[in-house]
Write a protein that binds this ligand. Structure first.
Ligand code: HEM
Length: 425
């Protein structure tokens, strides 16, 4: 990684505008957790969309998460949510296609089922295993980016970590992992964001074409001359068809995968990085424990993903079935409320408490079953490397008293922090 991130600062300016993300997700929603607790107390499965179950109009589910004319049920308990993710033949990812995600990203593993899903996921799985996250991603991609990003602000007394560090790092990690230059990565993200947030059909088409051109150059180059990156891996991967024949992935297949991972890997990790930092800064004794023993960062990160995650993922009932006593007819849409499930008091004592010392119990922050997050080890590696470097370099880091205290906000589907102003010394 030899790109000069300092020169790219102005290009990144305004790119991590959390408010735009919130608006695209249906507008800001105050703390939903008291509502989740009330739903959890009443039962595991509820009639209506998540917003309706919280007493809000259905549009507040955000963006594509509510399709008028469909029947909705909301699943809230840890056990029921886990079951939905695992019973893949009863609860399908076709829900994403109904939401129009195929138009945004193309044909990707997120919306594939069965053997086809496994074949495509297997092509890249090795690059996302814990071993690869701790070696290739860390050594070749993440640690250099962390150093360069910190260098852009380390001499200043204060910084907005969201704009200068937590936003850019995940974006640059995935685009660099694919083999894009810094400029290409920034431009690609800008176009992808425009595609998702620009509601005008012309704007979307224009942005899709611009992002396609960047991908085309990178993919064609790697097809001609492979390097040590994901696009090269995909460009030379061989997929098996149902009839047993084998062929290389075509351009559209590679491009769709890139679009999905840049979006899935950039947005969520950005927000979870901020949440992990926020949780530690607001719990000074736990922060002191992490500073004294950096091996605790692993617990701190997993606990932060449990404690505060996006609220909402979709599934569709594929055949008449029963979930924890509730009959669900085929065709019903489900709101899988992982935010609620991760605070289920049946599974965690004092679930609202952020506690890095609690005995570890797996949460559903990264989903579960065959579609569980492909990039979870990479995400955790990024967060650990970023926070580890910050706390080592700036042991006195604290909220900037001249700025408003940060607050977690967001829509139902995308929660996180806007500005994160800190004093470094
Ligand atoms: C803290 C950050 C992250 C969180 C909380 C997160 C969360 C999730 C969740 C809950 C799912 C399951 C969706 C479902 O079953 O409907 C998922 C899937 C996925 N994630 Fe992540 N993710 C994160 C970071 C990443 C990163 C860094 C990458 C890539 C580098 C990534 C790539 C993917 C992909 C490709 C899928 C689809 C997998 C499949 O359908 O087989 N994610 N993620």
């Amino acid at each position: 990684m030899s790109q000069d991130l300092a020169n790219a600062e102005s290009a990144l300016d305004g790119m991590f505008d959390f408010q735009a993300l919130v608006d695209a997700g249906g507008g800001a929603l105050d703390d939903p957790y008291p509502g989740f607790a009330a739903l959890l107390a009443k039962g595991p499965v509820h009639k209506g969309s998540l917003a309706e179950c919280l007493g809000l109009p259905p549009e507040r589910n955000g963006g594509g998460y509510y399709i008028p004319g469909n029947d909705y049920y909301t699943v809230v308990s840890f056990a029921a949510v886990s079951n939905v993710f695992i019973r893949k033949d009863d609860f399908g990812v076709e829900a994403y296609l109904d939401m129009g995600i195929g138009d945004e990203f193309g044909d990707t593993i997120l919306t594939m089922e069965g053997l086809r899903h496994r074949r495509y996921r297997d092509l890249v799985q090795e690059y996302f295993q814990p071993a690869a996250a701790g070696s290739w991603w860390h050594d070749v991609v993440i640690s250099g980016l962390v150093e360069q990003l910190i260098a852009t602000f380390e001499d200043r007394p204060s910084v907005d970590l969201n704009a200068q560090f937590f936003g850019p790092l995940p974006l640059q990690t995935v685009t660099a992992g694919f083999g894009m230059s810094l400029d290409e990565g920034i431009e690609f993200r800008r176009q992808l964001a425009a595609r998702v947030y620009d509601q005008s059909p012309e704007g979307r088409i224009e942005a899709r074409e611009a992002a396609g051109k960047i991908l085309e150059r990178v993919i064609r180059e790697r097809q001609a001359q492979p390097q040590d990156d994901l696009v090269s891996r995909l460009a030379h991967a061989v997929i098996e068809e149902d009839d047993g024949s084998r062929r290389k992935l075509n351009f559209d297949e590679i491009a769709s995968f890139c679009r999905l991972v840049v979006f899935a890997g950039g947005e969520t990790t950005w927000r979870q990085l901020g949440i992990a930092f926020y949780a530690l800064l607001n719990n000074p004794s736990q922060l002191a424990d992490v500073m004294a023993d950096p091996s605790l960062l692993k617990n701190a990160i997993l606990e932060s993903t449990r404690w505060y995650s996006d609220a909402l993922f979709p599934r569709k009932v594929m055949r008449d079935t029963v979930l924890h006593g509730t009959e669900l007819p085929a065709g019903t849409q489900l709101h899988v409320a992982i935010g609620a499930a991760n605070r289920d008091p049946e599974r965690w004592d004092h679930p609202d408490r952020y506690d890095i010392h609690r005995p570890y119990q797996r949460s559903v922050a990264f989903g579960a079953g065959v579609h569980s997050c492909l990039g979870q080890h990479v995400a955790r590696q990024e967060i650990a490397t970023a926070l580890g470097a910050l706390f080592e370099r700036f042991p006195n880091i604290r909220w900037d008293p001249a700025k408003p205290l940060p607050r977690i906000t967001g829509s139902m589907s995308q929660r996180g922090l806007g500005d994160l102003h800190v004093l470094l010394r």
